[in-house]
Design a protein around this ligand. Structure first.
Ligand SMILES: *[C@@H]1O[C@H](CO)[C@@H](O)[C@H](O)[C@H]1NC(C)=O
Ligand SMILES: *[C@@H]1O[C@H](CO)[C@@H](O)[C@H](O)[C@H]1NC(C)=O
Length: 413
């Protein structure tokens, strides 16, 4: 952990914990010929440059003599008490004959608010921050973005070093964002985003550590395909996001979510591999699959989900309960790609207990057949020998049958 503040894991919510400061100074560097900036609600004075202190001066606004309500003419100057936003416009002062003495474009607005800033790292070396203004100022605005690196000194104490100050570089193509390159994963950075406009400036400070804000881009190249002869399986593979250069000590882990297209709830599975076999898909139903990534050591946040990929597990030749047993895709050789090769698995993979049960039932069945044949034979023989004692013999046969059925199991077998 690089900063003394706890709860770094939730730093996407850094805003809440951010050090907030603001400073307002009078704007400089906004000098534009003929433009004057003013703050809404403040008193604004327009002076007639061509005729200071002169009477008989007339002010026009936007080429007409109509001036905002409540304005006061004093010694040639135009005073706008508690100027409203709508009072902005192109003003001109004229002498008694209507001749133009000077013109000024008045632009009214507000002081900058403290911007909201969030930072994110999509790799382990660079991070970028984006911000949104908290106040619509109606004025030209620019941002000064800098960082200061906090160094760990003497192994224990943190101290803010002034040596490591640099710009958070703004790219004109991506307004309201800046990035810091070549960062140290285990260092802490204090970011300063200052909003400046002609009336003043406001800044926000934000403490950033890479391991808290890291959020990889989604994995790429997601492919889902059915597994031949396995109607409940889908093989899924993907690649590292291009923005995450592969390095032994900065790896990603992944999670898959998948569901039949028509179903609402996702199933989820996590892996460190670049492929996975889903073993509980529904045969014949089209499935949708997405994959996300996170730093291997659980730093930062999960990426967004990748683009979807879809596949339908085919109805297979055999469905066996044993299919569920294997879940690790890493054990599957890449050579086992979908092909027309015959099913390498043996057809009969039934449970040994099942075989024993079948044998037992077959044994019992043949025993009863045998007993029946024997009984009929005896009956026929008795009838042929002593036709007069028919009734008693029939009774004896029944008794024998009952006796046989009552024999304990081991004897039957
Ligand atoms: C960090 O950014 C630089 C400049 O854009 C880039 O060359 C480098 O590859 C990035 N580092 C990583 C780890 O992606
Ligand atoms: C933040 O940056 C602004 C503009 O560079 C600067 O005026 C202000 O002092 C900085 N604030 C801190 C606390 O460094």
């Amino acid at each position: 952990m690089c900063t003394p503040t706890p709860g770094l894991r939730s730093v996407m919510v850094l805003l809440a914990a951010a050090l907030v400061s603001t400073s307002v100074t009078s704007g400089e560097g906004w000098r534009e010929e003929g433009v004057q900036y003013g703050q809404v609600g403040a008193d604004v004075v327009l002076s007639c440059a061509g005729a200071p202190g002169r009477s008989g001066v007339e002010w026009w606004r936007d080429g007409a003599a109509a001036l905002p309500e409540g304005c006061i003419l004093r010694d040639g100057d135009l005073l706008l008490p508690q100027a409203e936003l709508a009072a902005g416009g192109d003003y001109s002062c004229h002498d008694g004959t209507g001749q133009l003495l000077c013109s000024v474009s008045l632009r009214l607005g507000y002081l900058p608010g403290i911007p909201s800033v969030t930072c994110r790292a999509s790799d382990y070396e660079n991070f970028s921050c984006s911000w949104t203004p908290s106040v619509e100022t109606f004025l030209p605005t620019r941002y000064i973005t800098t960082y200061r690196k906090k160094l760990l000194m003497d192994g224990e104490k943190w101290r803010t070093q002034t040596s490591q100050v640099g710009p958070c570089v703004q790219d004109p193509g991506r307004p309201h964002t800046c990035s810091v390159h070549k960062c140290e994963f285990w260092s802490s950075y204090r970011l300063n985003v200052t909003e400046v406009n002609p009336l003043g400036s406001s800044f926000r400070l934000l403490d950033v550590t890479m391991q808290a804000i890291i959020k990889p881009d989604p994995p790429e190249g997601l492919v889902v395909e059915p597994v031949p002869s396995a109607p409940r399986r889908l093989r899924v593979r993907w690649q590292y996001p291009a923005s995450w250069p592969k390095q032994p000590h900065f790896q990603l882990k992944f999670r898959l979510q998948y569901r039949p297209v028509a179903h609402g709830s996702w199933s989820m599975v996590e892996t460190v591999n670049l492929s996975e076999v889903i073993t509980d898909a529904f045969s014949g139903l089209e499935h949708v699959v997405q994959v996300g990534a996170k730093d291997f050591l659980d730093a930062g946040n999960w990426s967004e989900w990748s683009a979807e990929a879809r596949a339908t597990p085919g109805p297979g030749l055999t469905v066996t309960p044993g299919d569920e047993a294997i879940t690790n895709a890493g054990l599957e050789s890449p050579a086992e790609m979908p092909s027309l090769a015959p099913n390498p698995e043996p057809i009969d993979r039934s449970d040994p207990m099942e075989k024993v049960a079948i044998l037992i039932s077959l044994g019992i069945f043949s025993f009863f057949i045998l007993a029946l044949v024997l009984g009929i034979t005896i009956a026929v023989w008795l009838r042929l020998r002593k036709p007069s004692k028919d009734e008693t013999k029939k009774h004896d046969f029944l008794a024998a049958a009952v006796h046989m059925r009552a024999l304990p199991k081991p004897q039957i077998l």
